[in-house]
Write a protein of this length. Sequence first.
Length: 602
Amino acid sequence: MNLKKIATTVVICLVFAVLTAQNKTKADSLEQIYLTKSLSVEEELDVLGKLAQYSPDIDKGLKYSEKLLQLARSQNSIDDQLQALLQKGNSLTRKGDLSLALQTYLEGVKIADSSKKQELLGASYIAIAGVYSVMDNKENTIGYYRKAIKVLEDLPNKLVYASALENLGDEYNLNLGQPDSALYYFEQSGKIFNELNNKLGIAYNLGNKGLAYAQKRQTKLAESNINEAMVLLAELGDYYAISSYLAYMSDIFLVKGDYDTANFYAQNSLDMAQQNGLKDQISEAYLKLSEIAEAKTENGLALDLYKSHIRYRDSVKNITVAQKLAKQTREAELQKKQNLLDLSAEREKKQQVIVLATAICLLLIGLLAFGLYRRTIFISKSKKLIEAERNRSDELLLNILPEQTANELKLSGKVDAKRYEEVTILFSDFKGFTSYSEKLTPEKVVKTIGFYFSEFDKIIEKYNLEKIKTIGDAYMCASGLPRPNKNHAYDIASAALEMIDFINSVKSNGSEDFNFDIRIGINSGPVVAGVVGTKKFAYDIWGDAVNIASRMESSSQINKINISEATYTKIKDHFECEYRGELDVKNKGQLRMYFVNSKKLT
């Protein structure tokens, strides 16, 4: 989700929305004024400040902030110098030159501190904290936010103070994973936003609380706060944020397994983004819908939706989230306060007040960009981590359970037992391994067993057999499940012959550590398969066919494959088998048995 944590700083700029309600056309108009008209020093400072702020071109923003800085120094104007440094830092941050941005902000800190410009000092600390957050320097991020709070706490402008609290809270929530600490700061900032009746601040505060409650898995509180935030944002026309919050609501229900509700919110996020031309949010909404379809095993739909996500993602060229969110605010205020944009006589009388307000506002608009950039990085990191963890979990699950069974467990949280009418089971056991292992260290025992079983794993994978389990030096696998296979007996007999060949080849090398004989037993028949327990899942099979297969192994001979009559009837046309007669089997009476010696030549 691409919500901006520092988007709460926008509330401050609503006080001076006239100064931020510019778009590219307005920037071009101001540039034309600067290049063609004769301006007084005060007018030139004012126009350069706006050009440094409004220019969508980063290099132009840097150029005009540098011109503003030079002119301000020549006039010994502290406020204009601070404004220039703030805008230069903002542009450098957008450009990705974070080290130089920090140097620029720190230069502003020295000037603000020495000239006792406390609001601008606190705002500079917030900017520095934002850069450190992008750099993932958590210690300095927290430190500078706290410095800002200390400086701003007793000043009259409570909006700046509330923004610092909100930023610190979101840092605790997003980057430190401490939602309780985040909620502590959100409560303080929310109280100020409510006292000032600042709707945008209230909206983002509610949204940030919702994110914190979601981290705490208190989904009802998360839903309530995020829904309330979206109502306020709708009144303010902040559709980008609404689309993002709808996507987050979808996330909440997706985690809960309520796919229909998750799909409802994701579809609404897509509709909102499409209505307002928010390409990155359209891309994110398609991705969320794709994830939901994948969870519902609607793989064809999931692929189509993911392709739409890629298409829109790739169409967003150098359009940052900060620019989109700022556009929503600018357009809402442009018509209301257009008259305040003129270079009027009234503005000249209030020049000092407006310059101070401008400096603060420009910094906080920059912070909005930092925050949006940070949120994008955070989401990207989170998605990569989540995807990596999900892949790791899937790999681990597939090492424990068959793929079909693992998918059933992930979707429904349980696995129903299934009956398979045609399955062939193999048991193997090493001769004398128990007595031999008593003379070895535990590490040596594991190494020896691992050597043999690793090769067995390769062999059964070759024949698409399903490994059931190992118990000590006993190895058990089956063919014909979880996917039925009409060649189940042939495949498992082929694998057994390769196991015998492997054992013989190892013995021929003459190693004392790997010099064992093996017995193999095979039987065919119906079984029931399922998952045992609710923790440390184990896939197992049961039935008389399993018991007989075990008896075939115990009745076998060294380096021989002993099969039942049930298996013999299925493979006799393909393998050279040796009839052993009827042998007595514990609890089973007399059973016909055969040795499998080799494959028949075709």
